[in-house]
Design a protein. Structure first.
Length: 401
């Protein structure tokens, strides 16, 4: 069953007062009951139900990373992450797809003004999905590249009007000279229905397909230069679009996972408040058992730890962008470790909460099993791999190139 609700209306504020962080977070929190009510349908349909997409859009939460020049909110990263956490408290799939569309919109804001106007000039509500991996072939042609390829795991592609996809950049001699991110309208792409998974089933992370699509030069951004902070946008006075590329792309992925951990804690607390006991013990109320009290405390602390690491990393990225300085290498590496810490602490917290709630957590009718599957799936995304994150940070700390 799909449920609808009335969300707070979106407003287009002037640039000097374009967003209020607390208000945006509150708008996202208002959507939690709707997203939870629609979560089962989202999973069954393997796509976020339109009622949820429309409510998120009506709340203005797909304009977080759209430049203010196009009526967007142009929020800082910290605000965007807090919004994603709240959406994750409602539904992991809706939060994941929305987070990916927002960060892909941020990447579109790094492109030249001409490309940005093509994305948002006529439709400031246009959404963008993307896959950075260059799983394609390109042929150089006058004024651009002719691209053919497939890109898997394109979260949010079922709700987007544009896509940013990784491509090799070739010269006239057929030699690869760079790796690029190409902005392509979804009307030039097709979608293969390939997303059949155990968790995050509603993200619609299917495969994008291009067959000899022409992409003009102004819609191809050099990834190799972008990694070092060299973005082609002419609007260099906009702090958001000076944020460090890889730390942003990694950090946004943990916000929905933190939201899922918070959702699990709330679900278990609500069950315990109803007087749930512990079978085969003398505890007719689980809340009276020291083991329950200890595990709830530990889970809550793990979630707090995860949030503190996420917000510290976001603050570092935001402050560097505001100062006009690209985030230094050691801090960029530490952000990857922060990402790893958030993922691990969230999974540890949910594991404890499942222990508290017991085997009933895995009943198909219990939303806890969906939270668990979503978290375990999202936590295996290649970019948030904890071991790789810690290895990168360890190398940076030790000065190993």
């Amino acid at each position: 069953m799909t449920t609808t609700t009335t969300a707070r209306p979106s407003t287009q504020a002037p640039a000097e007062a374009r967003f209020d962080s607390e208000d945006l977070v509150a708008r996202a929190a208002d959507l939690v009951p709707l997203l939870r009510a629609n979560a089962a349908a989202t999973e069954e349909n393997r796509r976020v139900v339109e009622a949820s997409i429309e409510a998120i859009a009506a709340a203005g939460l797909y304009r977080l990373a759209v430049p203010a020049r196009f009526g967007g909110l142009e929020t800082d990263l910290r605000t965007s992450l807090r919004v994603s956490v709240e959406l994750g408290r409602g539904d992991g799939s809706a939060a994941w797809a929305s987070t990916l569309m927002n960060v892909c919109a941020w990447m579109a804001g790094l492109f030249p003004d001409r490309a940005q106007r093509e994305v948002w000039g006529e439709d400031p509500d246009a959404r963008v999905c993307g896959v950075l991996a260059p799983t394609a072939t390109s042929v150089h042609t006058e004024g651009g590249q002719i691209v053919t390829g497939k890109w898997g795991f394109a979260s949010g592609c079922l709700h987007s009007q544009w896509a940013g996809v990784g491509v090799p950049v070739m010269n006239a001699d057929g030699e690869q000279i760079d790796q690029g991110l190409a902005l392509i309208p979804m009307s030039d792409l097709s979608i293969e229905d390939t997303w059949y998974v155990a968790g995050m089933r509603g993200t619609g992370s299917n495969t994008l397909v291009a067959d000899r699509v022409f992409v003009p030069d102004h819609r191809i951004m050099s990834v190799s230069r972008a990694i070092g902070g060299d973005y082609p946008t002419e609007h260099t006075g906009e702090p958001l679009y000076r944020s460090a590329l890889v730390p942003v792309l990694a950090l946004v992925l943990v916000a929905p996972q933190l939201g899922l951990a918070k959702q699990a804690l709330e679900l278990v607390e609500a069950s315990l408040a109803k007087g749930k006991g512990i079978s085969y013990t003398f505890y007719d109320k689980s809340v009276l058992a020291p083991t329950t009290q200890l595990q709830i405390a530990q889970a809550a602390q793990l979630i707090d730890t995860a949030e503190l690491h996420m917000l510290r990393a976001a603050t570092d990225i935001d402050e560097a962008a505001a100062s006009g300085e690209y985030l230094d290498f050691l801090t960029r590496a530490r952000v990857r470790a922060d990402v790893a810490t958030v993922v691990r602490r969230c999974r540890e917290a949910v594991d404890l909460l499942l222990n508290v709630h017991g085997a009933g957590s895995f009943a198909e009718a219990n939303p806890l099993q969906r939270v668990w599957r979503d978290l375990e799936t999202g936590g295996r995304h290649a970019v948030v791999n904890p071991e790789i994150g810690y290895e990168l940070y360890g190398r940076a700390v030790l000065g190993v190139e």
